[in-house]
Ligand binder design. Sequence first.
Ligand code: NAP
Length: 245
Amino acid sequence: MDIKGSIVLVTGGNRGLGKAFVQKLLEAGAKKVYVGSRTPIEATDPRLQPIKLDVTNEQDIAAVAEAAQDVNILINNAGIASSTSVLTEPSIQIARDIMETNYFGMLAMVRAFAPILKKNGGGTIVNVLSVLSWFTTPTTTSYAATKAAALLLTDGIRVELRSQGTQVVAVHVGFMDTDMATHVDPSRKVSPVDVATSVIEGVINGQEEVLADETSRYAKAALASDKKSFYQPIQADWDKAQQQI
Ligand SMILES: NC(=O)c1ccc[n+]([C@@H]2O[C@H](COP(=O)([O-])OP(=O)(O)OC[C@H]3O[C@@H](n4cnc5c(N)ncnc54)[C@H](OP(=O)(O)O)[C@@H]3O)[C@@H](O)[C@H]2O)c1
């Protein structure tokens, strides 16, 4: 699908990968970009349409769907994470909160916008997932479970929406240089602008899956051939960390 002349809604468009999407979409010729965020951004570019959107808030989603009837590309980017063990997290509520945003928020957006995309000729849905849609580590399990759920949501709606001509794109990436990954060594992170660029190329080329960095390409290949070996260094790191406590 061509980006030139398109009308796009980006969730969590105020910072991180979402902000990079907004920048690259304008460069690629998008006619209008709705920048969805919990606190609307200030924008001077007339092509930008800031809009209040908390993806866990049903009223926000209904109001955005009402206001943005011209959208033909939806980018489900908003997300949160945690980095503690599911067994020792102070409350199970942390896991529920991440699921509420990363899975139910995405689902609610898809349900609201699938009819709008149909009306506008089919369009595209981009779901930002992770390498952690495919595997986990002890400190990422709450987050990974939401991304695994979001992957199956993505696969299911792709089948369901094919007949209305909607392209559904799954985006997998390892660490990016955003607020979400401030704790990660810079050498392990890729630029969100590069990821946004790869995703936009993927949309233009009609791809159903974008593996946006080396980590995601490696993980997909390694897991397909030998899951047990893939988990051995994760187990070793965890065991070593436990001995140091
Ligand atoms: N960073 C990584 O290493 C990495 C790796 C793989 C995948 N991802 C995924 O990439 C996507 C973007 O993350 P990021 O790295 O750009 O993280 P980020 O810098 O922390 O940005 C997260 C964005 O999501 C928004 N958001 C959170 N909860 C929301 C809600 N309920 N409603 C609307 N917006 C909400 C935030 O808005 P506020 O400013 O209001 O908080 C912010 O705009 C996420 O889906 C994340 O899971 C990230």
